[in-house]
Design a protein around this ligand. Structure first.
Ligand SMILES: [Zn+2]
Length: 501
């Protein structure tokens, strides 16, 4: 028996269960064991082969869930109860909340219920450190304001330290109001870049080149040498785009403009410049060269697809065609233009010609704040009034100016400006529960005509949270405000002592 059963055992081990059952006609206890083992293996294999169909969640670093997501993508998709998955500095997915919650496991989740989730705002033109000159002189012509107040005040006060603290103050204000990218034209731009990077903000930062001694560089050769070093220092940085900023055609000679453009182009850097801002610029240009500022800059070889022109107010049809032809980004500054009575940018005609238009605050000295919600509010109202047409520049188009077309104006539309997979995770959550934003029928209308900078709840730049539930995470707010108040005393004293009043 023993030997038989042993023989049988061996046979049983070698035979497949089906043929053994057929030959034996019954199942022994050993057969049961063996069969259980094989079927167990079979089920295990089945379950393994079925594994991919059961949901395995992809890991992401951050997920924003719920809320009204305004993508500003080509289809202008708006998702009610949407979500955004973020890995490292980029957006991985944008879609319905239930779908993304099932698909992704996030290390951190932010509940956006009751908020608008949208691309961070892009302030296309400012002079950040001038926040320390907020309100030093108002109610003047641009020419008078610049030459009698701003330039002398800058000569007496602007140092590396002033620029760093002024920029921190500006960044604090901008982040609190939902701005995630800004374009700057100032001095000591290497310090501006350092402070911007420390705050986790994105910047297109242009070192100013101007034909008179500047606070940082007393001569043009010094300014050009400084700018080259600045461009080298920040080349390839993920947050900082170092740029060259010849101030304007009325403060730079043709040679200075051409040299600045050549420096930028040798280094693949953008060119930031004021273009056709005020009537005096048009008048000077016509008297001196018989050309409009745009025609003059075109003839000088300055214009190109790497240029960002601030203002572009005094432009005729031919100028608009020229700016569009060269792919120049143009930035609309409604508050500043109104305050200095500079004029009205023909935004409607420029958009119709295919021009990339951005929106901006300009410096805090001519605004007097850095509030992009206020610019969104005033941008259409100024156009409507100037044209006596209440249909001009509708709300959705205004939100585009502050996001995706603003990104185009800065030549950064491949990276920022909309919420789409592959783009940088620069986004804001805007609370919609306040009385002034209740009820909500149309999300674009609410953003442009009702919501305020203070409604911005959370700000994320390159996947990093820089403000959460209005708590600043990268800046020491109390220290910045104290320093700003110290500087106010110094600047006021410097003006009181001089002939500048
Ligand atoms: Zn400006």
């Amino acid at each position: 028996m023993k030997s038989n059963s042993k023989k049988g055992d061996m046979t049983a081990n070698l035979k497949p269960p089906r043929s053994r059952h057929k030959s034996s006609g019954f199942i022994s206890s050993f057969d049961l064991c063996s069969s259980a083992f094989i079927w167990g293996a079979f089920f295990l294999l089945c379950s393994l082969s079925l594994a991919p169909s059961t949901p395995v969640q992809e890991k992401v670093d951050l997920q924003i869930t719920g809320g009204t997501v305004i993508t500003m993508d080509a289809q202008r998709r708006v998702l009610e109860d949407g979500a955004i998955a973020i890995r490292a500095d980029s957006i991985v997915a944008v879609g319905p909340r239930t779908e993304l919650e099932a698909k992704y496991a996030a290390a951190k989740a932010i509940n956006a219920h009751g908020a608008i989730v949208m691309p961070g705002l892009i302030n296309g033109h400012t002079h950040a450190a001038m926040s320390l000159f907020r309100g030093i002189a108002d109610d003047l012509s641009l020419d008078e304001w610049l030459h009698n107040y701003i330039f002398p005040a800058e000569a007496r006060n602007v140092t590396q330290d002033f620029t760093a603290w002024g920029t921190r103050l500006a960044i604090l204000e901008m982040l609190r109001g939902g701005t995630t990218t800004y374009a700057d034209m100032y001095y000591f731009e290497d310090d501006v870049a350092r402070v911007t990077k420390e705050a986790g903000m994105r910047g297109v930062l242009g070192e100013t080149i101007i034909d008179f001694p500047a606070p940082d560089n007393k001569t043009l050769p010094q300014a050009f040498a400084y700018t080259q070093k600045f461009l080298d220092h920040w080349k390839g940085d993920p947050l900082i785009v170092a740029a060259v900023a010849p101030h304007s055609m009325y403060t730079c000679s043709e040679k200075t403009l051409q040299d600045a453009a050549a420096l930028a182009r040798r280094n693949g850097a953008p060119i930031l410049i004021h273009i056709a801002e005020a009537p005096f610029e048009l008048e000077q240009s016509r008297n001196k060269y018989g050309l409009t500022p745009v025609a003059y800059l075109s003839r000088a070889g300055v214009l190109g697809p790497d240029v960002v022109g601030a203002h572009c107010v005094w432009v005729d049809h031919a100028d608009i065609a020229t700016l569009t032809h060269f792919g120049v980004g143009c930035v609309y500054n409604p508050s500043s233009n109104m305050k200095t009575a500079a004029g009205v940018m023909p935004v409607v005609e420029m958009l119709a010609s295919g021009e990339a238009i951005g929106l901006a605050t300009d410096g805090a000295a001519s605004n007097n704040d850095l509030d992009m919600f206020q610019e969104m509010n005033l941008a259409p109202k100024l156009q409507k009034l100037a044209r006596m047409d209440s249909r001009a520049l509708p709300a959705e188009q205004v939100v585009a100016l502050a996001t995706i077309t603003g990104a185009r104006a800065l030549h950064l539309e491949k990276q920022i400006g909309s919420l789409e997979p592959g783009k940088k995770a620069d986004l804001i959550l805007v609370d919609t529960s306040a009385p002034h934003s209740t009820p909500m029928y149309n999300v674009y209308s609410q953003l442009v005509y009702a919501l305020k900078a203070n409604d911005v709840r959370t700000v994320i730049i390159a996947g990093k949270i820089v403000m959460e539930d209005r708590q600043m995470l990268t800046l020491n707010e109390a220290e910045i405000l104290a320093k700003a108040n110290e500087y106010q005393k110094q600047v006021a004293a410097s003006l009181a002592k001089s002939a500048v009043k």
